[in-house]
Design a protein. Structure first.
Length: 274
């Protein structure tokens, strides 16, 4: 009887959590099919009169410049994630393969840095970005996003420990230096970890709003996360069009995550057990 109660409570909590997570998405999808008049006069749970009304999606995609936003996002994603992989894997290679004073303290400092809210450092960061001449350019976002984090380093370190050191020694016998060993031996064996980092970091960059909104004022350079601001002004907002735009932005990252989610789970579990 006790086991049945525990199972019932567990599954009930999962159902409640699922409803709480899916309810906002359902309301946004419902609102995206409503006209402006419907959105203002009907309740959020009321169904639209016409479920085939796609005018909001057309308006969001064309007037919101979403195609350009997707292109800008792709450029930033590719550059930032490439840098993150190289920096994170190189840091993990140095931490795992080299013995030096302060190695443990280095990991502790990475962990400590994650406890500092990013907002509290934006004044100093903004001054640095402006001094480098990167303000109002995609380079500012690429440099800021390129900075790796403790999760990426942790994943790379765990997988690095599963790569036999005998491979390094064999490469050294053949005359390979540390850079060649890293590029030709270590990186090819980190493919599962790289896939995991790509998904985790990619979703975080794709969803980021604050940094692009702060560092880019030119709408032609902004990523997709800030494109919907075209429909919000000082005298009101077109929430039905914004809802349609939100649905459009959700679709690519949702499809990517559903297609590659096994790499995320396998990356964490394999890295933790190897």
């Amino acid at each position: 009887m006790r086991q049945i109660v525990i199972s019932a409570v567990k599954y009930a909590s999962l159902v409640v959590a699922s409803v709480m997570m899916l309810l906002p998405v359902a309301l946004i999808i419902t609102g995206s099919f409503k006209t402006n008049q419907e959105f203002l006069t009907t309740g959020p749970f009321d169904a639209p009169e016409n479920w085939l009304n796609l005018s909001n999606y057309a308006t969001a995609f064309t007037r919101g410049g979403m195609l350009l936003g997707f292109a800008n996002t792709a450029i930033i994603l590719v550059a930032a994630i490439t840098g993150t992989i190289l920096i994170g894997a190189a840091a993990a290679y140095a931490i795992d393969r080299f013995t030096f004073r302060g190695r443990t303290a280095t990991l502790a400092l990475f962990l400590l840095a994650t406890l500092v809210p990013a907002v509290t450092t934006q004044v100093a960061t903004f001054q640095v970005v402006k001094a480098l001449g990167l303000y109002n350019s995609q380079g500012a976002l690429i440099v800021l996003f390129m900075g790796t984090d403790i999760i990426s380093i942790y994943i790379f370190v765990q997988f690095m420990r599963s790569i036999p050191r005998s491979l390094d020694e064999a490469a050294k016998i053949d005359g390979a230096g540390h850079l060649r060993i890293f590029l030709q031996v270590i990186l090819p064996n980190l493919k599962p970890a790289i896939a995991t980092v790509i998904i985790i970091k990619g979703i975080a960059i794709y969803n980021e709003f604050y940094i692009p909104f702060l560092y880019i004022t030119n709408p032609d350079l902004r990523p997709i996360s800030t494109s919907l601001f075209a429909f919000k002004g000082p005298f009101g907002a077109q929430w039905e069009v914004i809802s349609a735009g939100v649905v459009i932005t959700i679709i690519p990252i949702l499809v990517l995550f559903l297609a590659l989610q096994r790499y995320v789970y396998n990356g964490f579990t394999s890295g933790a057990t190897k």
